[in-house]
Design a protein around this ligand. Structure first.
Ligand code: ADP
Ligand code: MG
Length: 174
């Protein structure tokens, strides 16, 4: 069984939280594309975007995705990974894609509780709720299109983990 599990969703959806739990449950290795980019470049995501621009960041992100995608891994992705058709195709062809879906309100609520964790610089100066509404309006279709399974991200991390684990195991058996 050579599974790669890709977790997609907006910032605050729980990709890191759930990804770590899932990796533990499945005895897979957890890896986060943002974390990988920061480690290999020795810069924060915010600094990369500020100094080199979004285009460069998106290129680093695509490279990181392919680099970290090895068997028996849970890959937690950056919120914008699905913007690239190449990334969507790569994930679909190389693993199972799980979309952690929730509303802009919930995302904003979670991000406001942890402002230091909002690594991406705001380009708009809008409120977090407005920003998340715009992000979802632009990306929801792509998240859904890319995903093999859409999971309600308002469930507890433990419930989501159990649910995804059942899906993965049933895919392996069938
Ligand atoms: P992401 O990696 O998708 O940006 P995180 O895993 O960092 O999201 O979670 C963002 C915040 O939301 C954290 O404070 C985390 O504790 C909280 N969180 C994550 N998943 C859930 C959940 N299912 N229910 C409630 N809070 C959650
Ligand atoms: Mg994360």
């Amino acid at each position: 069984m050579n599974q790669i599990l890709f977790i997609v969703g907006a910032r605050g959806a729980g990709k890191t939280t759930v990804g770590k739990l899932l990796a533990n449950e499945l005895s897979y290795t957890f890896i986060d594309t943002d974390h990988h980019i920061q480690q290999t470049s020795n810069m924060t995501i915010a600094d990369i975007v500020n100094q080199q621009g979004w285009l460069q960041f998106r290129q680093l992100e695509s490279q990181a995705l392919q680099k970290v995608s090895q068997k028996n891994r849970v890959v937690s992705t950056g919120g914008g990974i699905i913007l690239s058709a190449e990334n969507r195709q790569y994930m679909q062809q190389n693993g199972t894609v799980i979309y952690l879906q929730t509303s802009a309100d919930i995302l904003a609520e979670r991000l406001m509780q942890q402002p230091e964790n909002t690594q991406r610089p705001s380009l708009t100066g809008k409120s977090i709720v407005e920003e998340m509404e715009e992000v979802l309006a632009a990306r929801e279709k792509l998240y859904c299109e890319c995903a093999n399974h859409i999971i309600n991200a308002q469930l507890s991390p433990e419930k989501i983990t159990t649910c995804v684990k059942e899906i993965i195991l049933s895919r392996i058996i069938s």
